[in-house]
Design a protein around this ligand. Structure first.
Ligand code: PFF
Ligand code: NA
Length: 448
């Protein structure tokens, strides 16, 4: 059974839609703040543009040559150990699990769109109280918006590749570009823009730690939606004539530009008002809202544009997290799209409710394991551990288990013999070890 294909532009927009998400606008700025600015950004740029593009090419290759769901592609394309490689395809469950809390966070963003309309917090203290109240006691609001995200994502997936995924990305991605463009032009005209640019581009290597380097590599994978069967699945619906090398370049470059631009906007606004960048979630949900308030009437407008922009980025990524499992169920079990979509969406919806309640003070003791809430565990295990594991599977598969002649036949016309050799070398000998270092770091073995 064969599903519809993307148009060429549709594919690029959908892949960019998946890549550009909370990882760019929310996570990238705060890890940059945490790991010392310029030097971190430099390492991130190098990994995103080199390692990232190499792995993107590998994932697009699997999709283009495999033309099926992720599980079948690993099974069919493996030159040996087919039965074992089939299991690699089950990484598709990871993004579906990530979606459970990603949806909750998109819900917070929806809530902040409403707050920007109504009334921004006037002080950092008020802003902190607002957010902590939402997070630790107001489960009604969180549940309400989580449900809205669930309905939206399900509705789009139900409409399929062409009329759902391609269409929504064709609308939301250009709008996202316009919103960020307006915010960017606004920040360029603020004096603090220069400080923000210094902070992001003046590398001070004394601030860079080995953990910083490894976090940068992990971020490069997360931000490009690699290692989760997502790009592989989207690429299975690539039109025949598309150039996978050029597509990889475009996806990685746009994703990187959005991260940099978002960082510049956020740090300009923060520095202009002398605000500190609170760590983690706080940067966008605590520091920024009170900073927006200080910009007066314009601030409310900026806040609105900003939160709508992240909401668009989040929704298009959320869709991409569900499609791989949906396609797997359709292809392997001959399910209708409707049935597959409903099964997947109920799964992430219910899991999302558990993660949501794990932050609520009353239920915390019930749902906490060790010193982390269930929410933090899911994020930690999936985003930081399993993403690099998925990345290793992809590069080992493409580097050692796929038919080399087929790969060369596809890639040599696109990038020439020398580059194909360099690419192979990276995929086989460098990237697996870099990712392994990321995993060791996350388990704490490297930072004793
Ligand atoms: N690349 C997305 C981001 O930067 O926000 C995150 C993401 C998308 C993670 C899809 C996982 C995923 F399956
Ligand atoms: Na991203």
């Amino acid at each position: 059974m064969k599903t519809a294909k993307f148009s060429r532009l549709g594919f690029i927009l959908a892949a960019v839609g998946s890549a550009v998400g909370l990882g760019n606008i929310w996570k990238f700025p705060y890890v940059t703040g945490e790991y010392g600015g310029g030097a971190f950004v430099l390492i991130y740029l190098i990994t995103a543009l080199f390692v990232g593009i190499f792995v993107l090419i590998a994932e697009l290759l699997i999709g283009k040559l495999g033309q099926s769901d992720a599980v079948s592609m690993f099974e069919n394309l493996a030159t040996k150990h087919k039965k074992a490689w089939k299991w690699a395809g089950f990484v598709v469950i990871v993004p579906l699990i990530i979606l459970s809390y990603y949806s909750v966070v998109i819900g917070w963003i929806f809530h902040y769109i409403v707050i920007s309309f109504e009334k921004l917090p006037t002080t950092v203290k008020e802003s902190t109280d607002n957010f902590m109240n939402l997070l630790t006691s107001d489960y009604q609001t969180q549940l309400f918006y989580h449900t809205i995200v669930f309905v939206l994502v399900t509705a789009i997936i139900l409409k399929g590749i062409k009329n759902g995924i391609e269409k929504i990305n064709k609308i939301l991605m250009p709008l996202l570009g316009i919103l960020l463009g307006i915010l960017f032009v606004y920040s360029i005209n603020i004096d603090a823009f220069v400080d923000a640019a210094h902070f992001m581009f003046d590398p001070d290597f004394s601030k860079l730690t080995s953990t910083g380097v490894i976090v940068a590599i992990g971020q490069a994978f997360y931000t490009l939606s690699l290692g989760m069967g997502i790009i592989i699945t989207y690429a299975a619906s690539l039109p025949k004539q598309s150039n996978i090398v050029r597509s990889s370049l475009i996806i990685a470059i746009i994703d990187t530009i959005v991260a940099i631009v978002a960082g510049l906007i956020i740090f300009t606004l923060l520095f202009d008002k002398g605000a500190q960048s609170t760590k983690g979630a706080g940067l966008v949900f605590i520091s920024l809202p009170s900073v927006f308030y200080e910009f007066g009437g314009a601030g409310q407008f900026l806040a609105l544009l900003f939160f709508i922009a992240i909401a668009f980025a989040g929704i298009t990524s959320a869709i991409s997290m569900m499609e791989p499992t949906v396609l797997y169920l359709i292809q392997r079990f001959n399910m209708s799209r409707t049935k597959a979509a409903i099964i997947c969406s109920i799964f992430f919806y219910l899991l999302g409710i558990v993660t949501l309640f794990s932050n609520i003070t009353e239920y915390k003791p019930l749902l906490n394991v060790g010193d982390k809430s269930f929410f933090d565990w899911v994020d930690f295990v999936c985003s930081t551990m399993l993403v690099p594991c998925g990345g290793i599977l992809v590069v080992v598969f493409v580097g050692y288990y796929m038919d080399k002649t087929k790969i060369r036949k596809e890639l040599v016309p696109l990038m020439g013999k020398t580059f194909v050799s360099i690419w192979f070398f990276m995929i086989r000998y460098i990237i697996p070890f870099a990712l392994f270092a990321v995993i060791l770091n996350e388990t704490g073995i490297l930072n004793s």
